[in-house]
Design a protein around this ligand. Structure first.
Ligand code: ZN
Length: 147
C-alpha cells in the first residue's frame, strides 16, 4: 500500500478534452445530435479566460467546446488559424501540491498558482513544451479537494 500522503497531488482521472471552436452554436449540434452526447447546462462564461464553455458528456467522458468571448481571449488567436483540439485536462485532488511538485521537477508551468475555472473548479495550465506538445490543464473539482 502506498501511504495516502504519497498519493496526494497525483492525477485522479482524465477530466475533459477541450475543443476550440469559433462558435459553440455551430458545432454543438454535431456532438449533441449527430453523436448523441448529453449537453450539460448552457454555455458558461469563464471570465478569467474570456471564453464560453459548453460541456458535453457520454459514458462518463467529457468534452468541452470552448469559444472566445472577446477578441482578446487566449482562444481567439488559436481559432483564427483553425478550430481543433486545444487541451487535455487531468483531475487532481490537490492542485497546489501538484503544482509545487511539478515545479520542483522542472516542469514548465503557465500558471504557478491556481485560478478559477468553469463550475467552481480551480485550474492551472502547464506548458505544452513539458507535456509532449499538448497544452495540459490540471483541474481540482470542489468536492474532491483533499484539504
Ligand atoms: Zn479545460
Amino acid at each position: 500500500m502506498i501511504p495516502p500522503s504519497e498519493l496526494q497531488g497525483h492525477v485522479v482521472a482524465l477530466h475533459h478534452v477541450a475543443i476550440a471552436v469559433r462558435e459553440i452554436a455551430s458545432v454543438a449540434p454535431f456532438y449533441a445530435k449527430s453523436l448523441g452526447l448529453e449537453t450539460i447546462g448552457e454555455p458558461e462564461f469563464v471570465a478569467e479566460q474570456k471564453v464560453n464553455i459548453l460541456i458535453l458528456v457520454a459514458g462518463g467522458q467529457r468534452i468541452e467546446l470552448v469559444e472566445p468571448a472577446s477578441p482578446d481571449s487566449p482562444i481567439s488567436r488559436f481559432v483564427e488559424k483553425r478550430e481543433g483540439l486545444h487541451h487535455l485536462a487531468w483531475e487532481v485532488n490537490d492542485l497546489e501540491a501538484v503544482l509545487s511538485r511539478l515545479k520542483e521537477q522542472g516542469v514548465s508551468l503557465i500558471d504557478e498558482t491556481p485560478r478559477n475555472g468553469a463550475h467552481n473548479t480551480r485550474i492551472a495550465f502547464l506548458h505544452p513544451a513539458s507535456c509532449g506538445g499538448v497544452l495540459t490543464e490540471l483541474v481540482e473539482v470542489p468536492n474532491s479537494a483533499s484539504h
